[in-house]
Design a protein around this ligand. Structure first.
Ligand SMILES: [Zn+2]
Length: 493
């Protein structure tokens, strides 16, 4: 089959509510924008999952031969604590608490973000613009929206007039909300706000005296509204209308709804053809939250230093685990799931590494070209990575049969199988051919895991003298065992 065949890709489009056939605006080119992180804390694993979904989509489009311009922004100003345009700027608040400059907060967590994504083997985007680097573009956009009659100024702040907009356009087109319902469900702010209506959102906010992140504008010294930066940056680099806009499910409303409204108000057109939303990540069946302790930082997966996991996992194992769920499904992060993924992942790698030494025959007992087509079919069907992985495991089974001489493969088929496996596993899924030793399954962990198992057996047999001996001897060697609800973990000092 031809590699570059865009007619075959179907994308679930939040705007249409259906899987639409993908056709890029300019043949052979794709413009893709993904809302990046607000860099005021360590990147959340749920965000990593969202960005990983789009990393795989980016990789697949590149593999098909598209020239992709992938823009993912850094929000370093304008994102307030509260979506209703009140509260402190998240970055300024962190700077105040830590007694450092806001730009030190930005630098610290941008570096953390890049480190984590590099560790997970993400491809960098083509452009990574920042909100503070595009204040001029945002001010110009506000001027146009005011000129077109869709925004108004009050006391140095500028608000988008949602009610006016909804007279000629459709506010709610993406999130399928109706303005009447929003009005009904919004509590009045008792005149505390300058807004004409509570549904209006800020394009520019006048800075309070204590607000240190501020820029001059025709209306006041202040800062842009959060939704505005993505409209300014996406259209600057991708054009007034582009192919794909992605982000987490939580951004659908109001953030992405507002992006559409801003673009319609400024340029009289919808900015995006395909809106894609990645679902959320939960842990042990519950929402992940620092406050409840049901929480893990990405780095803790690699170190194993978190009570919810029993060992360290390599980044590729964690990546493989996450890609076993489709990006539109909720992903439940569990230690059992990671353990199972680790087994599966090394089974996959073992098979790939076996291919070099496989004997060939005159005929094949496996239809390689048919299998290869099914790999593409899986990805063409809204980037279905779990189906792709299941299809890859059909080849794993076959490779092991060839090794055991219960199946045969021709030389040409073997070379086709090898190159296809490499493309899908390493180039598209972005996994790395790591050894078990540098995957967190190091020799020490394996030995301690074995002792933990022996201790459990001793306890099951009521041989408490033995179980205590194992624990005490390990402690004497500087290895502490900790018994928890999810099994026994260990730490070294
Ligand atoms: Zn955004």
């Amino acid at each position: 089959m031809p590699l570059y065949d865009h007619q075959n890709i179907k994308i679930y489009n939040t705007l249409s509510g259906e899987k639409d056939i993908f056709k890029s605006i300019n043949a052979g080119y794709v413009g893709m924008y993904v809302c990046g992180p607000t860099v005021y804390s360590n990147v959340h694993l749920g965000n990593v999952r969202t960005f990983m979904s789009f990393d795989v989509i980016y990789r697949y489009l590149l593999h098909l031969g598209y020239k992709v311009r992938y823009v993912r922004n850094i929000t370093d100003a304008g994102h307030l604590e509260n979506d209703a345009d009140v509260g402190e700027d998240r970055i300024a608040k962190k700077a105040r608490l830590e007694e450092i400059e806001p730009m030190e907060v930005v630098q610290r967590y941008t570096v953390d973000f890049h480190n984590i994504l590099n560790t997970f083997n993400f491809l960098p985007p083509s452009i990574e613009p920042t909100a503070t680097g595009h204040i001029i573009e945002q001010i110009e956009l506000i001027k146009t929206i005011i000129e077109n009659g869709f925004a108004y100024e009050v006391n140095g702040s500028v608000y988008f007039d949602v009610h006016k907009y909804n007279e000629s356009k459709n506010y709610g087109i993406l999130s399928k909300r109706k303005l009447e319902d929003l009005i009904h469900n919004t509590r009045e702010l008792d005149g505390q706000s300058d807004k004409k209506n509570p549904q209006d959102f800020a394009l520019w906010k006048k800075a309070e005296p204590q607000h240190i992140m501020r820029w001059p504008s025709p209306w006041s010294d202040g800062f842009p509204g959060w939704h505005l930066e993505c409209t300014a940056m996406s259209t600057k680099y991708l054009g007034d209308r582009f192919d794909i806009h992605g982000g987490g499910m939580d951004l659908k409303f109001p953030h992405h709804e507002c992006e559409i409204a801003q673009n319609e108000a400024a340029k009289n057109q919808s900015p995006v053809n395909y809106w894609m939303h990645a679902n959320m990540l939960i842990m042990n069946g519950k929402k992940m939250a620092k406050s409840t302790g049901n929480f893990i930082l990405p780095n803790e997966i690699f170190s194993g230093k978190n009570p919810h996991i029993t060992k360290a996992y390599s980044p590729s194992v964690a990546r493989f685990f996450m890609l076993q769920a489709h990006y539109r499904s909720i992903l439940d992060f569990t230690n059992d799931g990671l353990l199972a993924s680790e087994k599966g992942f090394f089974k996959l790698l073992d098979a790939i590494n076996l291919m070099d030494g496989l004997p060939t025959a005159s005929t094949s007992t496996f239809l390689v070209s048919d299998w290869k087509q099914r790999c593409y079919d899986a990805m063409n069907d809204d980037f279905n990575t779990p189906i792709l992985i299941a299809t890859l495991f059909e080849a794993v089974k076959f490779i092991n049969q060839v090794k055991d001489e219960s199946a045969t493969i021709s030389k040409d088929d073997l070379s086709e199988l090898k190159s296809t496996m490499h493309s899908f596993v390493f180039d598209i899924l972005g996994l790395e051919n790591v050894t078990k030793e540098d995957s967190g399954t190091d020799k020490l962990s394996s030995a301690v895991e074995l002792l933990i198992q022996l201790r459990q057996e001793a306890r099951a047999n009521k041989d408490f003298a033995m179980s205590d001996k194992i624990r005490n001897e390990l402690a004497a060697a500087g290895i502490q065992l900790k018994d928890g609800k999810e099994g026994t973990t260990f730490s070294t000092n």
